[in-house]
Write a protein that binds this ligand. Structure first.
Ligand code: ASP
Length: 308
């Protein structure tokens, strides 16, 4: 069976400084090849999306793991989820600082606890007890994110209008895959949104909102303004449209993302099904994204240009 992997690293206005553009494509490609190596080797979709998201978390350009955006207090509070399409096994973490790779924390919750979602101090204790590699708090905080936080706090004090869809303020990374056995999986990881209140939780670790996988329909990882993605239960809505309306993956994904616009919910998602279809719709000006399949050709894009 053919295998596929699609990734994203955030949606928004995306006006990255020219100098970092090549690094963004390289970062996406590194993640695609990490996930592809697993699939090409006959590995599982779950291991593939985990490997891809670990690579994105380790890259400080993207808003997850190192380089996460910061809370009003200048701290990085991270969240992540993983889900398997076979049997809907899933695990997620929220409100944590410490694990180098929050997505591995989500997997640990799935594989080593009886729970689905763990947050805060209790989650940290569980992850430490299971020897998940940790970093000190300053590992996650980059100067680039501190500058964006300062600008956002100054904007609030000055009462200025928010920059429309300012990608520097959010991001999120995620991956979806279908392996040779036809199993689907999704993984999502984020630092959330700049100047969020400590304790705020996004759509990313919430199953059905930012992350979902079911072999009967599709695997989805979303990125965008989390409050909308939670309220419109975005990831599950794609699966539900396929299941109950008989829509194709592409149509269901497109309909859900387009439908958010009227409510002001900006963002996008990546989705795959078991028949080798992929969908990467977004309603914002841009979404960092990429795909790779059995032909081993990594394709990446930022704006509306064709993937290359
Ligand atoms: N969904 C994330 C959040 O609301 C941010 C993003 O994907 O851009 O925190």
């Amino acid at each position: 069976m053919a295998f596929t992997l699609a990734i994203h690293a955030g949606a928004g206005a995306m006006q990255p400084e020219k100098e970092i553009l090549p690094a963004i494509h390289v970062g996406l490609r590194v993640a695609l090849h990490a996930g592809h190596a697993v699939l090409a080797d006959g590995g599982s979709a779950l291991d593939s999306v985990t490997a891809a998201v670990v690579a994105l978390e380790d890259n400080p350009l993207f808003n997850a793991g190192r380089g996460s955006v910061l809370t009003t207090e200048g701290t990085a509070e991270m969240e992540a989820a993983v889900m398997e399409g076979a049997g809907r096994r899933t695990g997620a973490v929220g409100g944590i600082t410490g694990p180098r790779n929050p997505v591995l924390g989500a997997r640990m919750v799935m594989e080593r606890s009886e729970h689905v979602l763990m947050v805060g101090e209790g989650a940290m204790r569980f992850l430490r007890d299971h020897d998940l590699p940790m970093e000190t708090a300053d590992y996650f905080v980059t100067e680039r994110r501190q500058a964006v936080l300062r600008a956002e706090l100054a904007r609030r004090v000055g009462g200025l209008k928010p920059a429309r869809d300012n990608a520097a303020k959010h991001g999120t990374v995620g991956a979806v895959a279908c392996d040779r056995a036809g199993n689907l999986a999704a993984a999502t990881s984020t630092g959330g949104m700049t100047a969020k209140l400590p304790g705020r939780v996004s759509d990313s670790p919430l199953i059905g909102a930012g992350t979902f996988a079911d072999n009967a329909t599709c695997a989805v990882s979303a990125t965008g303004h989390g409050e909308f993605f939670i309220r419109w239960v975005v990831a599950y809505d794609v699966a539900a449209r396929m299941q109950y309306l008989g829509e194709t993956l592409e149509r269901a994904a497109e309909n859900v993302v387009a439908g958010l616009v009227q409510f002001g919910g900006s963002g996008g998602l990546v989705a795959v099904d078991r028949d080798g279809h992929m969908a990467l719709p977004f309603n914002s000006p841009a979404m960092y994204r990429g795909t790779i399949g059995a032909d081993s050709t990594a394709r990446t894009a930022i704006w509306r240009e064709a993937m290359a």
